[in-house]
Design a protein around this ligand. Structure first.
Ligand code: NHF
Length: 474
């Protein structure tokens, strides 16, 4: 049995406390998955900001400690509450920078810079007050990056000396530029790193990349990609110098939450052994959204944040190029106003073929996974991607760009269809290939079943993280 380890896991969001995006799924699953590996002996504890959107009802809260943090010449009070859920110790940190912000990701960037710098520093002070010295601090994305940098700076302090750090990169595109002033105010100087452009020395994510003992990208391909100019945002040269400490561990999905056999949001439940329920689900969606031109045609779907990263424009362009083929499509998501308008315009041009549903709708997303024949993911970059794994679990075959986690989780021609270029033409050609295969019912069903039998459970990835932790403290 390996030595017991204490892991402090920091994130801006975690399901079921609060979830805005994929990071919330990961931080809501991985700590549980790690605690659920008895052979690994990991005491994982989660720390979150006590966002104003976290509802206290339903939580059993105990007040753990209060203290102040020094910010320039003033003291900022912090309060820590504990709210364990299903056996996972979870700490919620409150204070004016957190309660003063109405959203997890505030539209005012300075408010976010303040909130997350305060949170990162308070998380470290909290464990000192509680006298719970972690062996590993595992932070995620720019929001909690300052904690990693601060630990590195405090290696002379007996409490932090020898504490190891892991930094997970879920999206290199967000570096936390807005936190510069707050970092300075809380006493964190810029780093001097010759392989960085000047701006990067002042920002939390690059600081954590510099300071962390181990950098984890959320898929092996993304770990390679961030070391290239195309995906490295100017940090690639530095990341190449750290290549020995950059690994990729693909995310999982929670198989208890994502199971077409038990999903109560589906009109008809189904499993890999009996897919018949999918037809009724598809008929229901097509009827609800007036997609009645070709009842037997494949239903193409996109469930996404409407963002250029996700290639929404590429998908819309590709659909316009294949209108000679029989298909219907549903697009669900919100975000960038320009992309929303483009999606609406496509619906206006082909009203009985395409439904653009511009909203966030968790129930509809499940119904789409349980009915669509193909799930479109033409992402310009995709650190891991969760929708393709959910789609495969529900028998919706992904048509995706071969990048990051999409490339690592989809097998072209076996569990999905992959294409290389971010171009509507190339995507259109791939859709033609997929629609052609769809015409061979037996072949298509084999693909669906193969996809549904893939193992994307968290356990596999959790073992890889556990190994990494144990290696680090050796
Ligand atoms: O799956 C969680 C998510 C990823 O690819 C996704 C992304 C943000 O862009 O790791 O983080």
């Amino acid at each position: 049995m390996p030595k017991p380890l204490k892991i402090l896991f920091l994130a801006s969001e975690a399901d079921p406390f609060v979830k805005v995006g994929g990071l919330g799924d990961v931080a809501g699953s991985l700590p549980y998955a790690l605690r659920g590996l008895p052979s690994e002996n990991l005491d994982v504890r989660l720390v979150l900001p006590f966002h104003s959107t976290i509802r206290a009802e339903g939580l059993t809260l105990t007040r753990e400690t209060v203290f102040t943090l020094r910010r320039d010449n003033a003291d900022v009070p912090a309060q820590v509450f504990r709210a364990d859920i299903k056996g996972l110790p979870a700490y919620l940190i409150s204070g004016a920078p957190v309660t003063g912000s109405l959203k997890v990701y505030d539209p005012n960037p300075n408010a976010d810079g303040e909130k997350y710098t305060f949170f990162s520093m308070a998380a470290l002070e909290m464990v000192r007050r509680l006298d719970w010295r972690p062996d590993i601090v595992h932070a995620n994305d720019w929001h909690t990056a300052a904690a990693i940098y601060q630990i590195r700076r405090q290696q002379d302090d007996p409490f932090w000396a020898g504490v190891k750090t892991v930094f997970s990169v879920h999206n290199l595109g967000y570096m936390g530029a807005e936190a510069q002033n707050a970092l300075r105010a809380y006493g964190l100087p810029p780093i001097a790193e010759p392989f960085y452009p000047e701006w990067a020395c002042h920002q939390p994510l690059p600081q954590a990349l510099w300071a962390a003992d181990e950098i984890v990208a959320v898929s092996p391909s993304y770990a390679q990609e961030i070391q290239t100019p195309e995906y490295g945002y100017g940090l690639e040269t530095f990341l190449q110098t750290r290549r020995a400490t950059v690994t990729g561990i693909v995310n999982g999905i929670d198989y208890t939450l994502w199971d077409p056999f038990t999903d109560n949001d589906l009109e008809s439940k189904f499993s890999a052994d009996d897919l018949t329920g999918r037809a009724a689900n598809k008929a229901a969606i097509q009827a609800q959204f007036g997609l009645n031109l070709y009842p037997q045609a494949p239903l193409l779907a996109m469930v996404t944040r409407m963002d250029y990263q996700k290639g929404v424009d590429i998908a819309l362009g590709a659909l316009r190029r294949i209108t000679d083929l029989p298909w219907t499509a549903i697009l669900l998501g919100t975000g960038n106003a320009e992309l929303e308008a483009q999606a609406r315009a496509l619906e206006a041009d082909f009203p009985n073929r395409i439904a653009s549903v511009i909203r966030f709708d968790a129930k509809l997303s499940r119904r789409i996974y349980g009915s669509a024949d193909m799930l479109l993911m033409p992402s310009r970059y995709e650190p891991c991607g969760l929708a393709q794994m959910i789609g495969m679990r529900y028998g919706a075959i992904p048509i995706a760009r071969a990048t990051g986690g999409l490339r690592d989780t989809i097998a072209d021609g076996r569990t999905g269809f992959l294409f290389a270029d971010s171009s509507p033409n190339v995507m259109a050609a791939t859709l033609r290939r997929a629609i052609e295969t769809y015409g061979h019912a037996a072949k298509w069903q084999t693909m669906q079943q193969t996809a549904m039998f893939e193992d994307f459970s968290w356990e596999k990835s959790a073992f890889q993280y556990a190994d990494l932790y144990h290696q680090l403290v050796k």
